[in-house]
Design a binder for this molecule. Structure first.
Ligand code: ZN
Length: 318
């Protein structure tokens, strides 16, 4: 028996937003532009450039407008940004950003405590963003964080997540990301939920977004692929975290996902060596090591070389 696998996936590099927003060192717009241009040159089809949110809340993303103005747009690459409200759409339109993403937490208690409304009510309030985005010719998508579990709830029932999906569809958003910001998802759960979502909402363009907090990120991606999902977020060198979640780690490292895909014959359209070079550059810029297996161990194929005769003679292999 062999794994049921998709032939190709579409990867979004979220490092410039989800990764860098959690770093102490704030990169300059020029440094971000260099990284993003190198990513598009490496073949990334989608790049999350930054966010249009309050600079007080997330100072690392204060210059997203300048970054959008400075990047060299490559034909066919989708450059997207995270927004929190209609003001975000205005900022996107002003600097030529053509794709925005909204987010809501699937945790009812989290949403009630922070915003005094249910997640579905939050999404209903996004109608204004959709209208503004349409008028400006900007594509709009939605994300559901804590879709697989949250630190504030015993469980996130799938029917609660479906209620949020229904709310997104009701305001006209048909591209939806299921996000595990808390790093609590596990492969069989991912497979079951993704299969259920595909079945109930075959017309939604689904994305999956996993943080590697407990080392299950890449296994969750594989489980998503088995369920037929083809769009995944990842972060260069695995940088990132989540300010609200205790012990949170970054997204699955982009190069680790690319390497797995390359070994399994799943097409990504991305040059792994170039992607690794970008990840090494980001590690240099932030000044600390990250959770990337590939940056530590290199590609499996790079190990395969002629063994000089006699080298392993008398060595016990265990
Ligand atoms: Zn995230």
């Amino acid at each position: 028996m062999s794994l049921k696998l998709v032939k190709a996936i579409r990867l979004c590099e979220v490092g410039p937003r989800d990764g860098l927003q959690n770093e102490k060192i704030i990169l300059t717009a020029e440094q971000k532009i260099e990284l993003i241009d190198r990513m598009s040159e490496a073949g990334f089809p989608v790049i999350e450039v930054g966010s249009f949110v309050s600079p007080k809340a997330v100072p690392q993303m204060a210059d997203t407008d300048a970054v959008f103005r400075g990047i060299t747009r490559r034909e066919g690459v989708e450059y997207r940004a995270l927004i929190a409200n209609a003001r975000g759409v205005d900022r996107a339109a002003a600097c030529g950003c053509t794709k925005v993403k909204l987010n809501v937490s699937a945790s009812v208690s989290h949403n009630l405590a922070n915003l005094n409304c249910t997640p579905a009510q939050s999404v209903a309030g996004f109608a204004e963003c959709v209208e503004k985005a349409r008028a400006a010719g900007i594509g709009i998508s939605g994300s559901i964080s804590m879709a697989f579990g949250s630190p504030w709830d015993k469980e996130i029932p799938v029917r609660d997540v479906k209620r949020i999906v229904d709310a997104y569809l009701a305001v006209g958003i048909e591209e939806i990301s299921l996000s595990d910001a808390s790093g609590m998802a596990f492969p069989t759960q991912v497979y079951d939920i993704c299969t259920e979502m595909q079945h109930c909402y075959p017309n939604v363009s689904w994305w999956l977004h996993f943080h590697n907090t407990r080392g299950l990120g890449i296994a969750n991606i594989l489980a998503g692929m088995q369920a037929g999902f083809t769009r995944f977020d990842a972060s260069f060198a695995g940088v990132g975290g989540c300010p609200f979640v205790p012990g949170a780690a970054g997204n699955v490292a982009t190069e680790d996902v690319l390497h797995m895909c390359e070994e399994m014959g799943v097409a990504t359209g991305i040059d792994l060596d170039k992607a690794m070079a970008v990840s090494r550059r980001i590690v240099g810029l932030i000044g600390h090591t990250t959770d990337s297996y590939l940056l530590r161990a290199g590609k499996s194929r790079d190990l395969i070389r002629e063994l000089p005769t006699g080298q392993i003679k008398n060595q016990t292999q265990i």
